[in-house]
Design a protein. Structure first.
Length: 407
């Protein structure tokens, strides 16, 4: 099972850039939870805390593709330091304003500014994999490896954020998020040999990335996938508190991610499917069925195994979705294309988090898990609705690849 991963990690420069990407994206599993824990520790409602976290996520959804578009045109080493500098300024302002219980009129703009400038390390690193493994079957394994690291991020991040916020200082989780992004950037930027060459403006003639055939429906599915993740996180925090098991919050979130991590290892070792879109739709169907168990779980002891089973479907969905985008989006727009999947998830998270918070405040956490289940069903439905268009886009992409190989 591990042989394919060992093979791709022998690629020159790969261990360094994938390590930097891991450190840089660890905060994605900590920021929203850190905001919620900080605010609720001061007696702020889940609705308000979720709104602040959603403001950050919406801004990241808007700013991510913009920053990635600049990266595609001008290069990672030019754009990343500028974006991270701005992100750091806004994040420091945000955590100070939250700690001082400042007005939302100040907090929200700071959260928006930080989200707009938050670099998408996942897309930066995946673009490097596509650059060092052009046209190789190893790209499937490489994307699986990155998905595994994504899940490790969500295994480590939530418990770390919980410990830092509850046992060190309410702002500690957000401070660590700033430091991790700075370290990841300082590690990644000097690695010029594996950095994709900037394509300049001339390569941007034609369709926008989001309008490439198949992309709108793929992004729609990712919006609902983000809704699953966002609602599950905030509802699980409240569910654990209702069950007088607040210390179990990070563990429950980590169990969900651990299930995905195990599935990612197995999926990456499997032979790459001919059509990634079909595999994504199949796994979303599995996800929709299993996620129905969340609103049925009566307590933490039952929720834990349900979360593990639900997590098993996550990595295969994300791996196949990323591989699908890599296939149907032109290489000159790849960083932006991969970022759009993250943007879709961030948008879904931004919508589902405050909705879940409002339901928690009015009806309780158990009822709010219906948001998680509903998003899973909607993601499955969106994928099935777009399956024909996505399949046609994949077939055209494969025909182009075959034609180039024949020349």
């Amino acid at each position: 099972m591990f042989a394919p991963y060992r093979h791709v990690l022998r690629t020159p420069g790969a261990p360094a850039f994938t390590g930097a990407g891991f450190v840089g994206r660890l905060p994605i599993s900590m920021i929203s939870l850190g905001i919620v824990l900080l605010e609720t520790s001061k007696g702020v409602s889940y609705g308000v805390a979720g709104t602040i976290a959603a403001s950050f996520a919406v801004a990241a959804a808007i700013g991510g593709p913009v920053v990635s578009g600049f990266v595609d045109r001008h290069g990672q080493h030019r754009i990343l330091p500028l974006a991270v500098a701005a992100y750091t300024v806004f994040m420091v302002g945000l955590l100070v304003s939250l700690d001082m219980a400042s007005s939302l009129w100040l907090v929200i703009p700071l959260a928006v500014g930080a989200g707009m400038m938050m670099p998408n390390f996942g897309s930066l690193v995946r673009a490097r994999w596509a650059y060092v493994l052009p046209g190789s079957d190893g790209i499937h394994v490489a994307y699986a490896w990155e998905s595994i690291l994504d899940e490790v991020v969500f295994v480590i991040g939530p418990p770390l954020a919980t410990v830092l916020a509850l046992h060190v200082h309410p702002t500690a989780a957000l401070i660590v998020c700033v430091l991790l992004v700075l370290v990841g950037t300082a590690w990644l930027v000097p690695q010029r040999r594996t950095e994709p060459a900037p394509h300049g403006r001339s390569k941007r003639i034609g369709r926008l990335t989001i309008l490439q055939p198949g992309m709108p429906l793929v992004i729609a599915a990712f919006v609902f996938i983000g809704g699953i993740f966002g609602s599950f996180e905030v509802v699980t925090v409240a569910f654990a508190q209702e069950q007088d098991a607040t210390s179990s919050t990070g563990v429950l979130l980590a169990i969900y991610a651990f299930g995905s991590l195990l599935a990612g290892f197995a999926y990456g070792a499997m032979r790459s499917p001919q059509f990634h879109g079909r595999r994504m739709t199949l796994m979303l169907s599995v996800m929709a069925v299993v996620t129905l168990g969340f609103p049925l779980a009566p307590n933490v002891m039952v929720l834990a195994p349900v979360a593990f089973l639900a997590g098993l479907s996550v990595s295969p969905v994300l791996i196949s979705g990323t591989a699908l985008v890599e296939r149907i989006v032109p290489a000159a727009q790849l960083t932006e294309g991969i970022t759009w999947t993250s943007t879709g998830m961030a948008l879904g998270l931004a919508i589902a988090t405050p909705v879940s918070g409002v339901i928690i405040d009015s009806r309780g956490a158990h009822t709010a898990y219906l948001v998680t289940a509903g998003c899973a069903i909607a993601a499955c439905a969106a994928s099935w609705a777009g399956s024909r268009g996505v399949h046609r886009a994949e077939v055209r992409a494969l025909q182009i690849i075959a034609a180039k190989s024949a020349v």
